[in-house]
Design a protein around this ligand. Structure first.
Ligand code: PEP
Ligand code: MG
Length: 588
């Protein structure tokens, strides 16, 4: 393809929001850059201070209105990021520092502001904690906004035609203030799946790819391009053949969505009658609309990191109870499983670390943090328990490495129940309590852990990285991150075997659960539940309905004897292609 049309270039990144978009490229100027600098006379100092105050004022107002706007569109906690931005400006010493710089340097206010913010950013960049370091993007965002407000033009100037945006990294304000009718999709050089921008892109339903790397800077404005938000391909100057391929694909995807909608009230049961519970993974309660639209059977994973840590303030026990109660009420008789805080590793940190961690993935993460901060942990447990009186909540613990951690968790749950009894607060004494199985050591002692819990939920995102020793966010080794690795397949089987020996259930809530090529394998390995993103529920339902459990079991038996990931993948992929060819995209 590329040979026939030498101009076509394909860039690969991480897809963070699904969909296909076609259009001309608009390249956004790179982030927070230095404004012009000029000298001011002594009598001009007051005037510069006034300009500074006005720019701060306008910025605060914009942030408030952006928060309102994003609250209206997304309806969840996403708008809180602008509250966090407002906090950067709320620091009274900041304005004073810039005023002093104006007096000392006798330079224009915007340049003095820029210089002061550079020193702030330098200090933040030196912090080793990855969550805090990521906050530099917030500081840059708000700084850039203040700089723009020194001038007449106060917002990003969007082109007046429909376009695909190419940027170094988009700030949350950029994403929120974009004109949706013109923005067809975006790609960024930097960024990660967990960045604010990615989260907002998904909430707003814009196809997006991040982490395309340095190569994107070569891209020319106005060139035609295609964003493939399914595979993470960004194709610039596509050949006629590629364009045709994507037009067909986009049509097919639309037809598929329509066809899948017709199945949405059907059970996710195999042709020979095995029902696999199909639940949804969410991070915000407003996603419950999508969960319900797609008829998921409840929530299999409610990640609480975003809710607890992203807002820039820690919700109290009562705040948490309110959110979990909303979840319980809205899911009603269907289960909703809340995962307790999973901070650290590549995720947000629960608290700033004064000492850097040499290996954050093997460090203070998940349940380790919660068990080291029992007061904080108990607030979450009490909130979940209190909310459980209003629906069918369950809870599970992340990053369990062995039995003693799960026993400590259970002891704290018991302690919270006793406290609530004494206070006369209601809760569901039978709520299901589970362990996430995402560390190989937990698999190896799964028989013992199974004695302590009501269910297992396999976190394949982490289980894969810890089993094959491949960092899940390191692009350099991404090709070694294989969900069909024989070791991973055997780990899943060991887990389902351990759970069925004591009569508890096992689900999968990692991304692998939504990989349609692997559905035959997972069904055959005996999982009882698949928990996937709300938009993945419909295709997975169709896949499950098209399979035969006894055939899948035979397939899994074969896979368990295979020595390489490629063979296992091909075996399952072929079965998937035979059972639901319309859902399986062939590689070009
Ligand atoms: C997992 O590890 O598979 C999982 C579901 O949890 P997270 O991606 O939040 O670590
Ligand atoms: Mg995990």
């Amino acid at each position: 393809m590329a040979k026939r049309n030498p101009k076509e270039r394909v860039f690969y990144g991480t897809p963070v929001s699904r969909g296909i978009a076609f259009g001309p490229i608009h390249v956004s100027a790179r982030g927070f850059s230095a404004p012009d600098v000029y000298e001011i006379p002594e009598e001009g100092i007051e005037r510069e201070k006034e300009r500074l105050a006005t720019a701060f004022d306008i910025t605060r107002k914009q942030l408030t209105s952006l928060k309102t706007k994003i609250d209206e569109v997304a309806g969840g906690d996403e708008g809180l990021v602008f509250e966090a931005h407002g906090m950067v400006l709320a620091d009274p010493s900041l304005q004073a520092k810039v005023e002093r710089a104006i007096e000392d340097r006798r330079q224009n206010a915007e340049f003095c502001f820029y210089a002061v913010m550079q020193t702030v950013l330098e200090a933040v960049r030196r912090i080793v904690d990855p969550y805090l370091r990521e906050r530099t993007i917030d500081i840059e965002d708000v700084s850039q906004r203040v700089l723009r407000n020194f001038e007449a033009s106060q917002e990003v100037i969007d082109p007046d035609h429909q376009h695909l945006l190419v940027a170094y990294e988009l700030t949350p304000s950029d994403t929120a203030s974009m004109d949706r009718s013109k923005l067809l999709g975006f790609v960024t050089e930097d960024g990660s799946v967990n960045s604010h921008t990615a989260i907002l892109a998904r909430a707003l339903g814009i196809p997006a790819i991040v982490g395309l790397g340095k190569a994107v800077v070569e891209i020319t404005a106005l060139a035609p391009a295609i964003i493939d938000g399914y595979s993470g391909k960004f194709i610039v100057d596509p050949s006629r053949k590629t364009t045709e391929h994507y037009r067909l694909l986009a049509n097919r995807k639309r037809e598929q969505r329509e066809a899948l909608e017709e199945l949405r009230d059907q059970e996710s049961t195999t042709k020979d009658g095995r029902h696999i519970t199909l639940s949804a993974n969410i991070e915000f309660t407003h996603e419950l609309d999508l969960v319900q639209d797609n008829r998921a059977e409840g929530v299999g994973l409610f990640r609480t990191e975003f809710f607890l840590l992203e807002a820039g303030r820690t919700p109290t026990e009562n705040d948490q109870t309110k959110t979990y109660t909303e979840l319980a009420r809205r899911t009603g008789s269907q289960p909703a499983i809340i995962r307790t805080l999973d901070s650290g590793g590549d995720k947000l940190s629960a608290e700033p670390l004064t000492e850097p961690e040499p290996n954050p993935f093997l460090g203070w993460r998940g349940i380790r943090v919660s068990l080291d901060r029992p007061d904080f942990f108990k607030e979450q447990l009490r909130a979940i328990l209190r909310a459980s009186a209003h629906g069918k909540l369950g809870m599970m613990f992340p990053f369990i490495s062995g039995v003693s951690e799960i026993r400590q968790c259970q002891a704290l749950v018991k302690e919270c129940m006793n406290e609530l009894d004494l206070e006369g607060s209601e809760y569901d004494a039978n709520l299901e309590v589970g362990a996430m199985i995402e560390i190989p050591s937990a698999v190896l002692v799964a028989d013992e852990i199974a004695q302590e819990v009501d269910f297992f939920s396999i976190g394949t995102n982490d289980l894969i990285q810890y089993t094959v020793a491949v960092d899940r966010i390191n692009n350099r080794v991404a090709k070694l991150y294989r969900s069909s690795h024989p070791s991973v397949v055997r780990m899943i089987k060991m887990t389902t075997d351990a759970s069925s020996r004591v009569g508890i259930w096992t689900g999968i809530c990692g991304e692998m659960a939504a990989d349609l090529s692997l559905t035959p394998l997972l069904v055959g390995l005996g999982v009882d539940e698949l928990s996937v993103g709300p938009r993945e529920v419909a295709p997975v339902r169709k896949a499950l309905m098209s399979l035969d459990f006894s055939e899948c079991k035979a397939l899994a038996g074969e896979a368990l004897a295979m020595p390489t990931s490629a063979e296992i993948y091909e075996l399952s992929h072929a079965a998937a292609r035979a059972a639901y060819p319309d859902l399986i995209e062939e590689d070009e």
